[in-house]
Design a binder for this molecule. Structure first.
Ligand code: CTP
Ligand code: MG
Length: 267
């Protein structure tokens, strides 16, 4: 990760000027600087579908809590200014995990999670702003539960979206034939699949745009892109990997453990 300290934003020739005229000038400097890239990881869910006794993000996979795999991979992405995790206000484990892991130095833990994923992300965006991030900075939101994420996939997303006016997300073309069910759980129709993609994370948008989009969309949206779409914008689909699946059900935990174990044996 790049500089973790919250140094005030200073333009090349503006340091002294900012000191004199104070906050308004430092805000302007932040707006004209190269946008920084922040990572925001919602990890405040209960993991009800995973069927585990504890929230799935703390389930041990290949010797480490699931979320530690996620955070370690994100910490290896180059050019990231800050790495931030949103946990539930009652969470007592994340801070201790981060503090005891040298690979996670500088990771900020925010106990501001809400009732839904969108509420947790919105609260995280507010923290980022309070910590000095600028409206035109990029934010990459990544599910804690996608623990097989690889730094190079995140890098691909950043490269694909950095010059884009909207932003985008990792996704994969739908591999299977898609059926629409009726209310008897019988097939009502077979849908076209060649224009369908499965959305993944990270999803990368400007901090100001995403904050507005989530406020307008409400707390029910299940990803950032759908909030952006509701504003009439079209996020870019960037090819991800089948391995970047979200650990949701008990079988996903088993599969993720197998993949992580196999990766460990390769190194
Ligand atoms: N998440 C969150 N705050 C919530 C709900 C979810 O930060 N109120 C996070 C989860 O911790 C997870 C990510 O959003 O990393 C994706 O959500 P999901 O896979 O649905 O996780 P859970 O909500 O924990 O699981 P479930 O829906 O099965 O209860
Ligand atoms: Mg959920």
């Amino acid at each position: 990760m790049a500089d973790q300290k919250q140094t005030p934003p200073v333009s090349k020739n503006g340091g002294v000027f900012i000191a004199i005229v104070g906050r308004a000038a430092s805000y302007n400097a932040a707006m004209t600087e190269q946008p920084r890239v922040h990572m925001l990881v919602p990890a405040a869910g209960t993991g009800s579908r995973a069927g585990t006794a504890q929230p799935k993000q703390y389930q041990t996979l290949a010797g480490l809590p699931l979320v530690v795999h996620t955070l370690r991979a994100l910490a290896r992405v180059s050019g990231i200014h800050s790495l931030n995790v949103v946990v539930s206000p009652t969470d007592e484990r994340m801070q201790a995990l981060v503090q005891s892991d040298p690979a996670l130095r500088g990771v900020r833990v925010w106990p501001v999670g809400g009732e839904t994923r969108a509420a947790s992300v919105s609260a995280g965006l507010r923290q980022l702003t309070q910590a000095g991030a600028a409206p035109n900075d990029w934010v990459l939101v990544h599910d804690a539960a996608r623990c097989l994420i690889q730094p190079e996939w995140v890098q691909d997303l950043i490269e694909a979206c950095r010059a884009d006016p909207v932003g985008g997300l990792l996704a994969i073309p739908l591999p299977d034939t898609l059926k629409q069910a009726d209310d008897q759980q019988r097939v009502g129709a077979t849908l076209r699949r060649d224009d369908k993609w499965l959305a993944q994370t990270p999803q990368m948008f400007g901090l100001g745009l995403l904050s507005r989009a989530l406020t307008q969309a409400g707390l029910g949206v299940t990803d950032e892109a759908s909030a952006i779409e509701a504003m009439g914008l079209q996020p870019k689909l960037v090819l991800g990997s089948t391995l970047n699946f979200k650990v949701t059900y008990p079988d996903d935990l088993r599969l993720a453990a197998l993949v992580l174990g196999a990766q460990e044996n390769q190194t």
